[in-house]
Design a protein around this ligand. Structure first.
Ligand SMILES: *Cc1c(COP(=O)(O)O)cnc(C)c1O
Length: 372
């Protein structure tokens, strides 16, 4: 049988930065510094500069980035937070963990991202914040949406866990709203060798509050003075060293993802399989390369038979997942239909031209029978 085209392959990225990480880890072993410290601060500074904010607060994971941002903004019981139904479950989970109530919004049929209109339809007098999700690595249009959020007095929080380095009107993901929340889970565009996350913001008070919450509510500079009920969500120095090394490669890796995505887009231009569309002013970083096709499962079976691995992100919209159904307020037809039609194709920075060619050919052959 022909060699498989993997859905994702992280090994080539690791190989590029292995010497720097080895050296940095040797330094940490010598210093005996494993949580927090100068290596974490160095990454926080570099990540804030990269995103175009004044501050970055390193955390244990992306779910905490969302949850602690909400808590730091005093959003909790009795408050509603609007988020798109088309997202990874962690966005909704963070709202519930903060004690607030998630309200699910529908998405654009072209980009599968939240819009000003779908946000407006979900807002109630109890709404205090909106979490816009830059799904698959593409920033949502934050122009009209941002103005609507401002006008309604809502805190705009960006879930940029899939969008490291993506831009909208030249502004980096995470830098437009009140705060931008990142995950550095290994498979993300910037990934650690374990779990990690961060919040970026140019609001010093907010950054200080999140830094306090991540470290058991400690007062800044004190080990024994606890001024808030916090948690333990600190960033490991070992992971910060990995992230600093990989950050030097992030732009090149994102460019490589875009090259592969452009080839997919051109190959499927005439359907019936179609790439999710790019928004006009956004430059996506293709965390995932997602196409839509009416008979999704048949396409996946045929691709699997041709040795092409695929995924589905995500097969059930959040408001239809059992634990979240209680928060659903009605059908969200665009998100529901998309969940039945989406397929994620192989996508990673070191995917070869030959692998992309094989995927395109396999998709064309598999979709021949779908009809126009
Ligand atoms: C990965 C992800 C998260 C959660 O990040 P973790 O580090 O796994 O906690 C949140 N939102 C989105 C959209 C994600 O893709």
């Amino acid at each position: 049988m022909e060699e498989q085209v993997p859905f994702v392959d992280l090994n080539a990225m690791t190989a590029e930065v292995r010497p720097q990480i080895r050296a940095a880890w040797d330094g940490l072993l010598d210093a005996g510094q494993f949580v927090g410290g100068p290596v974490v601060e160095e990454f926080e500074g570099a990540w804030a500069r990269y995103c175009g904010t004044t501050r970055a607060v390193g955390l244990a994971n992306g779910t905490d980035a969302l949850q602690l941002t909400l808590r730091a903004l005093d959003i909790g019981p009795g408050d509603e937070v609007v988020l798109p139904a088309a997202t990874f479950v962690a966005t909704a989970e963070a709202v519930v963990l903060a004690g607030a109530t998630p309200r699910f919004a529908d998405v654009s049929p072209d980009t599968l991202l939240m819009t000003a209109e779908t946000l407006e339809a979900a807002v109630t007098p109890r709404t205090r914040a909106v979490i816009v999700v830059h799904l698959y690595g593409q920033m949502a249009d934050l122009g009209r949406l941002g103005r609507f959020a401002d006008g309604a007095g809502l805190a705009l929080i960006e879930d940029a866990a899939q969008a490291h380095g993506a831009t909208w009107l030249g502004r980096r993901a995470g830098s437009v709203g009140r705060a931008g929340c990142f995950s550095f889970y290994p498979g993300k565009n910037l990934g650690a060798f374990g779990d990690a996350g961060a919040v970026v913001t140019s609001d010093d008070v907010l950054a200080d509050r999140i830094a306090c919450l991540r470290d058991h509510g400690r007062a800044p500079g004190s080990h024994v003075d606890h001024v808030a009920i916090g948690t333990n969500s600190r960033l490991d120095a070992t992971q910060a060293a990995v992230l600093s090394a990989k950050l030097t490669r992030l732009d090149d890796w994102n460019t490589a993802r875009r090259v592969a995505a452009t080839r997919y887009r051109e190959a499927f231009e005439y359907g019936p399989v179609r790439m999710v569309e790019e928004a006009p002013d956004a430059r996506g970083v293709y965390h995932l390369a997602v196409v839509r096709v009416p008979d999704r499962d048949r396409l996946r079976d045929k691709l699997a038979a041709a040795g092409v691995q695929t995924g589905v992100h995500y097969p059930v919209p959040c408001h239809e997942l059992e634990p979240y159904r209680r928060y659903a307020t009605g059908p969200l037809p665009v998100a529901e239909r998309a969940a039945r039609e989406i397929v994620s194709l192989p996508m990673f920075p070191h995917i070869t031209e030959d692998q992309v060619t094989r995927v395109c050919k396999a998709v064309r052959e598999a979709s021949g029978g779908f009809g126009e």
